[in-house]
Ligand binder design. Structure first.
Ligand SMILES: [Zn+2]
Length: 485
């Protein structure tokens, strides 16, 4: 009942006006998350997860220092207690501050944002979702060699109200859909798993259309068949060659070797005791050649169905598309208003909190590799000898985001400009600037796809947040590829 009362923005405004504290600035961020998960294994329903969670974060600026207090006691008294805790924290730590913050980092902003909802989440009943997942499991079992099948969906409906003492008023409503399915095949001692990209892949803002559509059953059939096909495939060779990556692997490549190293709080040292450094230095912005001239990377929270789109970040900054890297040159970092003020570096609208009980920090939203000119056929036809890989299955990257190693589920050999035999257990490793410097072909808009992940982890206490990555097919020269688990 109390949460329902707070759904009215004027109530949050009144609570803000009545708070019993004196501060240079106060912001209230009310968050409500409805989270549902359903899954099936071998055609049997496994998970029936359903949670509703709401609370308020109070942020204050006192004596040039920021303080936070949060509560899920959604009464004026509960929020007043959180405000007093925030005030006390800011007052007590002001003498140790890293930077003198001011209202300049929290300009007045008003507006609304709502996910484009192609098909409401209410359009499928719980029984219909279970039926769909069971049917996907059964359809994945294309052979007796398939020993396990699975399918899952997770939906989140997230509402936020943000009001501040200098007149900000922002309402946002986001609808997220995550889905995955996969099959494991076995023959003797050989086991191979093929999925629709894993849970960090098919992630969208929108409704059931993103799972239950005309291409679903052909793809389910293909995933089952490829799991069986991998059992008799050749091991990926150990060689240095041209590597062509599908967008469903590019998403993690972009995430780990562009997104994380460009986070300005990480560059300033905030994440060090969480294995979170970066090879990028503050002086690199505007100077570093990050990759080949074909490399154009944007921060773009404005793509309508991409997973991490929004109208405003959690510090109230208006979301805007910006080039992080243009023609291979590093231009700006992933730093919100606070990191921009601290570092003096150009940033983006990326202050994000995963929930009501976490402060906003520098996060990725949608980080995209922009499309180039080549069709998929043109890219493959230009490769004399190489390997094409799809769908991430493992990753490892050092704490400076410099050396990395990724494994994929499925690969094909490229010989004389054509895709030939299937390869199993494909992996590759490289060094970030060398790898992006060897970007030799970028697919056109027809090869461009958006994916995402609900599991980007960062911060202490930990925050898991949803991120989106769009990419075309891309080709890289002189990459070390190798086989094995
Ligand atoms: Zn991450």
């Amino acid at each position: 009942m109390l949460a329902t009362v707070l759904l009215q923005p004027e109530n949050l405004d009144k609570i803000l006006a009545d708070l019993p504290i004196e501060a240079d600035w106060i912001g209230l961020r009310w968050v409500k998350v409805i989270d549902r998960t359903r899954s099936a294994r071998d055609g049997v329903p496994q998970t029936n997860g359903n949670s509703i969670n709401s609370g308020v974060m109070v942020e204050v600026i006192v004596n040039g220092q920021i303080g936070y207090g949060s509560t899920n006691l959604l009464t004026p008294a509960g929020i007043a207690a959180a405000a007093q805790a925030a005030h006390q924290q800011a007052s007590a730590t002001a003498k140790y501050h890293l930077h003198t913050w001011s209202i300049t980092q929290r300009p007045k902003t008003t507006g609304n944002y709502k996910s484009a909802q192609a098909n409401s989440l209410d359009s499928l009943s719980v029984a219909a979702i279970d039926e769909l997942l069971i049917k996907i499991c059964r359809s994945l079992k294309v052979s007796d060699q398939i020993v396990q099948t699975r399918a899952m969906v997770n939906t989140k409906e997230i509402e936020t109200f943000y009001v501040s003492s200098n007149g900000s008023s922002i309402y946002q409503q986001v609808q997220l859909l995550v889905s995955d399915y996969g099959a494991t095949a076995q023959a003797g001692s050989i086991t191979q798993t093929r999925s629709n990209g894993g849970m960090s892949s098919h992630c969208y803002q929108g409704g059931w259309d993103y799972l239950d559509n005309s291409s679903l059953w052909a793809r389910v059939q293909q995933i089952g068949s490829q799991a069986v096909e991998l059992l008799t495939a050749q091991e990926c060779p150990n060689t240095t060659t041209t590597l062509v990556l599908d967008p469903d692997q590019m998403l993690l490549q972009i995430h780990e070797s562009i997104g994380h190293p460009l986070e300005i709080d990480r560059i300033l040292g905030d994440e060090r005791n969480y294995a979170g450094g970066s090879f990028v230095k503050p002086s690199d912005f505007g100077n570093l050649t990050y990759g080949s001239p074909l490399m154009n990377v944007t921060f773009d929270p404005t793509v309508s169905d991409e997973f991490a789109s929004y109208g405003f970040d959690d510090s109230g900054t208006v979301a805007k598309r910006e080039y992080l890297i243009q023609n291979g040159q590093l231009l700006r970092g992933l730093g919100g208003a606070d990191s921009q003020a601290r570092s003096g570096l150009p940033g983006v609208s990326c202050s994000r909190a995963c929930d009501w009980n976490r402060p906003p920090i520098d996060r990725m939203a949608n980080i995209n590799l922009e499309p180039g000119e080549s069709s998929f056929v043109e890219i493959i036809s230009q490769v004399e000898s190489g390997v094409y890989m799809e769908s991430n299955r493992s990753w490892s990257i050092d704490d400076q985001r410099h050396k990395f190693q990724f494994g994929c589920e499925y690969a094909q050999r490229i010989e004389n400009g054509k895709l030939t035999e299937t390869l199993r257990n494909p992996n590759y490793r490289d060094i970030t600037p060398k790898f992006w410097g060897n970007l030799v072909a970028v697919g056109n808009a027809e090869t461009w796809k958006t994916y995402g992940s609900p599991y980007c982890g960062k911060g202490e206490p930990n925050q898991l947040i949803w991120v989106g990555h769009g990419s075309p097919v891309a080709a890289f020269a002189n990459v070390e590829v190798f086989g094995g688990n």
